[in-house]
Design a protein around this ligand. Structure first.
Ligand code: G7M
Length: 322
């Protein structure tokens, strides 16, 4: 049964759907402002627009990690086509700029167009606060916000219905209760060193870990076992090489699990956001309604729409001018 026939409609605006079909370079991108420049992660997030295209755009450029596979002694990293430009040398120390050939020198680009205010807020640098979310806060503030905001899940349904990314599916289980689709995360550049998959469940009524009970143990164990087996089969990694986790809060409310390479420090793995799948399973096995009874901390940004509600209720205090 299609998601439309279950009454779930696309909320996507019908604008400019062809940008991603034809774009070859960024010459038509008109930069408005730099939303964020992370010198640590080597990511820059830009706001702007495309000439003759309606709506705003967010462009994220990321210098990618080295791949060990490219670093063999006969690799193109060490050939004469690459330019080495000396800045200075002093005794045994030399400081250079190195310009490897184009194929070794790509930048990962993510383009969001048309971008909404939510996208722009998400990629802007902001002040963060921790909220200790009790079940009462969840029902009073968080759940109504999730319901009101009508998060656009069209890209998720496109994956589940094989309308997009179907050629990227690593593993799929079509069972209506315990099934899921596993695809490379949008952020992954395909290098094994930064391996990153996303398992998206087939069922449509589980928003986040808050909804999980012992009824969902078969689903969670199925994702764990089949996801690990698929990664082992294709990439030769063991379960002990993987960090498998949920985000709380997630950025979209249709349950999904992150599978990343343990040695890759993916964004969103800090303790205030990541919940290991095995810990979640263990907690539910100990107490079926663990996630309905728990206080679950999460981080909120000052520019998020719901931030003011937490301030109004006295749950968090705005830091003045800091
Ligand atoms: O924080 P949260 O648990 O909601 O993580 C959502 C994940 O979905 C992030 O890691 C995103 O990079 C990933 N993601 C977002 N979009 C829009 C897409 C998409 O269109 N395709 C894929 N494969 N991953 C996405």
């Amino acid at each position: 049964m299609s998601l439309e026939s279950q009454g779930i409609q696309s909320k996507k605006p019908k604008l400019n759907l062809n940008l991603h079909e034809n774009i070859k370079d960024l010459s038509e991108f008109k930069l408005g402002s730099v939303l964020q420049n992370s010198t640590n992660r080597k990511v820059v997030c830009l706001r702007g627009s495309f000439q003759s295209k309606e709506g705003e755009a967010v462009v994220i450029l990321e210098k990618t990690a080295f791949s060990v596979d490219d670093l063999t002694s006969d690799s193109k990293f060490f050939c004469e086509k690459n330019q080495l430009e000396k800045i200075f040398h002093n005794d045994v120390y030399g400081d250079y700029k190195y310009f490897p050939i184009q194929e070794l020198n790509s930048i990962k680009a993510t383009i969001i167009h048309p971008a909404t205010e939510k996208h722009i807020a998400k990629y802007s640098s902001q002040t963060f606060y921790i909220i200790e979310e009790t079940p009462d806060i969840y029902f009073e503030i968080v759940l109504p916000h999730i319901t009101d905001q009508k998060f656009d899940l069209q890209w998720v349904y496109n994956i589940l219905e094989h309308k997009s990314e179907s050629d990227r599916i690593l593993v799929e289980d079509t069972d209506p209760n315990n099934g899921f689709v596993m695809v490379p995360d949008l952020k992954w550049n395909g290098e094994i060193d930064t391996l990153y998959f996303l398992a998206i469940i087939k069922k449509i009524n589980i928003k986040s870990i808050r909804d999980l009970t012992s009824d969902h143990l078969p689903l969670l164990k199925n994702i764990r076992d089949k996801g690990i087996a698929a990664i082992k089969n294709k990439y030769g990694l063991e379960s002990s090489d993987l960090r498998i986790y949920f985000h709380y809060q997630p950025s979209f409310y249709h349950l999904h699990v992150h599978f990343t390479y343990l040695r890759h420090e993916a964004p969103g793995i800090l303790t205030e956001r990541a919940h290991l799948l095995t810990t979640v399973i263990n907690n539910i096995e100990l107490l079926s309604d663990y996630y309905q009874r728990s206080t679950i901390p999460f981080v909120v940004r000052e520019n998020d729409k719901w931030f003011d509600k937490f301030v109004e209720k006295g749950i968090v205090k705005r830091r003045n001018g800091i």
